[in-house]
Design a protein around this ligand. Structure first.
Ligand code: ADP
Ligand code: MG
Length: 470
């Protein structure tokens, strides 16, 4: 009945559409191509490894439900990933990772007795540790924004339970790398020679497991499981707010683990003192070890993150696109990654190289239009401050060398950042005609290629314009 993969997938899509917003659908589902439907496996093609990881992280349950309802419970999904090797020979490869079939029990400790789980290779001692192996220290870019958290995390990873950083509490806003960092700690510990039982769990899942344990009358098994781990990583503890019973059991587990020298690592979206819905005695324990925050990444860190991401996806994009993205997306790393993915997806859809034009188009549909905020007045003001010349001098007929250069740069940026015609740009610079503007743009381009100190000034200036515009 499901002989055709196209039909099968388009049925799935119509369900998915109801569940995800327009933007999510455009970005994450439109670029997917169904490849085949064989042996109860629907294979879909995604544009990159990261794309696949993103789907698995954010839409795994949705996909599983949709496959269940549209094809049947015994159907699985497989991904075929297109790798951009940069040489134009993009051969897809297949990752045989079905969606998580143990989601209905939704419960790591119970599934110990369930032999049908998939992630066997990530299990130690019969425990389901559920760490994502792609979160490592190696690919966690260090910057001023995360230095303390990262180095404390690294110290803990080398000597879990032994440093004074116990518990280690990392906090910060969404998308700043908390989950990545704590999972990197877990992965690093597993790489070590000491066999440690590392367990990562989100607070939400912990609470659900506990709830199930009450319902099924096996709280003992639940506690025993947690009391035996050497390293407990518990993500997003703000979720415990207002859940007193869950806090009680966690308090109990916390005390026991701490006393027995096990390492506890936690994350939260805010500092412990602001966790108002948590019991005071729990919060006070959170402060026993080390509390470190993760902040928004600065420009240089964003550049490094983008480069790293592209490198690991095997994709090359021009420096000016990297800079553009780093200027434009300064909120958090997740958003930055989302933009990169949309860009890759867009490029593979329209079969175009990634260039500034495509980056701008992509961003326009996602973030607010930054360019529209850089008006010609703003450009003139910024340039005049930068070169210490007056705005009047930019507009009048002075032919002094520095002023001519400043004027030409201001014209150049007006052309780049505004939608004004050459004629009206000329008009804003003391009524010059459009050929003067063309000449200015050409001169700037030539100097940029040949004169290093000029290039430096231009980059500096562009940074100022962009940074203020966001
Ligand atoms: P949080 O848990 O704080 O909401 P995540 O750990 O989920 O954030 O991070 C969001 C995304 O950003 C992840 O894909 C993560 O790999 C990436 N990321 C965050 N910080 C960094 C960093 N410093 N270097 C590399 N990638 C990062
Ligand atoms: Mg997280």
């Amino acid at each position: 009945m499901h002989s055709d993969h196209n039909t099968a997938w388009s049925n799935c899509l119509s369900k998915i559409k109801d569940d995800v917003g327009d933007q999510g659908f455009e970005t994450w589902f439109k670029p997917i191509r169904p490849l085949k439907l064989e042996n109860n496996i629907l294979t879909i093609q995604v544009p990159s490894q990261f794309f696949y990881e993103y789907l698995e992280e954010h839409y795994v349950h949705l996909l599983r439900d949709v496959i269940d309802s549209q094809l049947g419970r015994d159907y699985r999904l497989e991904y075929s990933v297109v790798v951009d090797t940069g040489d134009g020979s993009n051969k897809p490869y297949t990752i045989k990772l079905p969606n998580n079939p143990s989601r209905s029990s939704g419960n790591g400790f119970k599934s110990k007795s369930n032999p049908t789980r998939v992630l066997d290779s990530y299990e130690l001692f019969g425990y389901d540790i559920r760490l994502n192996p792609s979160y490592t220290f190696d690919n966690f870019i260090e910057g001023d924004c995360n230095r303390l958290a990262r180095s404390a995390g690294y110290a803990v990873a080398q000597r879990p339970g032994v440093t004074s950083f116990n518990p280690l509490m990392l906090y910060g806003g969404v998308g700043l790398g908390k989950t990545h960092l704590v999972q990197a700690i877990g992965n690093e510990i597993l790489r070590g020679t000491d066999k440690k039982v590392v367990h990562y769990v989100s607070s939400e899942k912990f609470a659900n497991q506990f709830f199930d344990a009450i319902k099924n009358n096996n709280i003992q098994e639940f506690s025993n499981f947690y009391l035996k781990v050497d390293v407990l990583i518990i993500d997003d503890v703000q979720f415990f707010e207002g859940k007193e019973k869950t806090q009680e059991i966690f308090f109990h587990i916390f005390n026991h683990l701490h006393q027995s020298g096990s390492q506890i690592i936690m994350t939260s979206d805010r500092p412990p003192k602001d966790l108002n819905g948590l019991m005071e005695r729990l919060v006070s324990r959170f402060k026993w070890g080390l509390t470190a925050d993760l902040q928004q990444p600065d420009y240089e860190t964003r550049i490094a993150i983008i480069n790293r991401k592209m490198q690991s996806d095997g994709i090359h994009i021009p420096d000016n696109v990297v800079e553009y993205l780093a200027y434009s997306v300064d909120t958090n790393v997740r958003e930055l990654e989302g933009v990169i993915i949309s860009l890759i997806a867009n490029a593979s859809l329209v079969k175009k190289e990634i260039d500034l034009e495509l980056a701008k188009q992509t961003l326009k549909s996602i973030v607010h239009d930054i360019d529209s905020e850089v008006g010609i007045d703003y450009i003139q003001k910024t340039v005049s401050e930068f070169f210490k010349v007056s705005i009047d001098e930019l507009k009048d007929k002075t032919r002094k060398k520095e002023i001519v250069m400043a004027r030409q740069l201001a014209m150049y940026f007006s052309k780049e950042y505004t939608n004004l015609s050459l004629k009206s740009i000329g008009y804003h610079f003391g009524g010059r005609d459009h050929s003067t503007v063309i000449h200015a743009v050409q001169t700037v381009n030539d100097l940029y290629d040949t004169d290093n100190s000029f290039k430096k000034s231009l980059d500096e200036l562009r940074k100022k314009l962009k940074l203020k515009a966001i």
